[in-house]
Design a protein around this ligand. Structure first.
Ligand SMILES: [Zn+2]
Length: 256
């Protein structure tokens, strides 16, 4: 049976997500940015938390772990490479592991860059992925711990998922990402059209997340680093896609 998915904003610009399997009653929180916000989402849905799937150790993804575990007895799973930094972790996952969520296979994809142990979750039978702070709508996470090349390779793993995959991510950064994307890829008609849609959604107070792999491949400057138009704007026509990506990500760090 299809998963039920409930996304809610929390903290200043984070998203929390609950996934629920009706038959078993199991409910997982993708990260736990804030215990109160997750608890409120559980009350609103009437679901009982059974597990937390952690993408990476940053406090705005794990601060709710211990309080939620204490309140619900949930199991906490997360990346083995940074297990020491994940409060309350019970089970460690790494590249290629398949976690069973109530009969829904959850494929673990190691996506280092933003943090060294960061993992994303892909549920092929449900056509959905949870990218944490690796991929955002029109964006990618800041590279704090890994290298720019690692982040490029991590994004390539996600870009290789089926086009129709629905991608949830950790933050609502899309309007800022859009302003930057238009400086890198100003003639991209798909980006321009998506930009209009994004402005409408945000003006109405609506989320721009989730996105899809197809939309990101067509409009995210980070995934279009091999495109001649993007290379031309970056004045890097002969450079590798990985180098162009690195230059774009670095430019974003300094973009106001
Ligand atoms: Zn983070």
């Amino acid at each position: 049976m299809a998963l039920a998915i409930f996304q809610f904003p929390c903290l200043s610009d984070n998203y929390g997500v609950l996934i629920h399997d009706e038959a078993s009653g199991r409910t997982a929180s993708i990260d736990a940015p804030d215990a109160a916000a997750v608890t409120a989402a559980l009350a609103q849905t009437g679901w009982n938390l059974t597990e937390i799937l952690t993408t990476h150790h940053h406090p705005d993804h794990t601060d709710g772990n211990l309080a939620l575990k204490e309140a619900t007895g949930c199991t906490i799973v997360g990346p083995s490479y940074e297990a020491a930094k994940i409060p309350g972790i019970d089970r460690e996952l790494t590249e290629g592991d398949v976690y069973d969520f109530a009969g829904h296979p959850v494929h673990v994809i190691w996506t280092p860059g933003h943090t060294l142990g960061h993992i994303a979750f892909f549920l092929p039978e449900d056509g959905v992925a949870f990218a944490g702070d690796t991929m955002f709508a029109l964006g990618c996470g800041r590279v704090f711990e890994g290298t720019l090349l690692q982040m490029w390779e991590s994004l390539q793993k996600l870009a290789a998922l089926p086009d129709e995959t629905v991608v949830y991510c950790g933050h609502e950064y899309t309007e800022s990402n859009l302003r930057f994307a238009l400086t890198i890829d100003p003639a991209n008609e798909a980006l321009i059209a998506r930009g209009e849609e994004i402005k409408k959604l945000r003006a109405a107070g609506k989320p721009t997340v989730p996105t899809t792999i197809a939309a990101e491949k067509a409009t995210s400057p980070y995934l279009r680093a091999s495109d001649p138009a993007v290379k031309a704007t970056m004045k890097m026509v002969d450079a590798s896609a990985a180098d162009v990506f690195a230059a774009i990500r670095t430019a974003k760090d300094n973009f106001k």
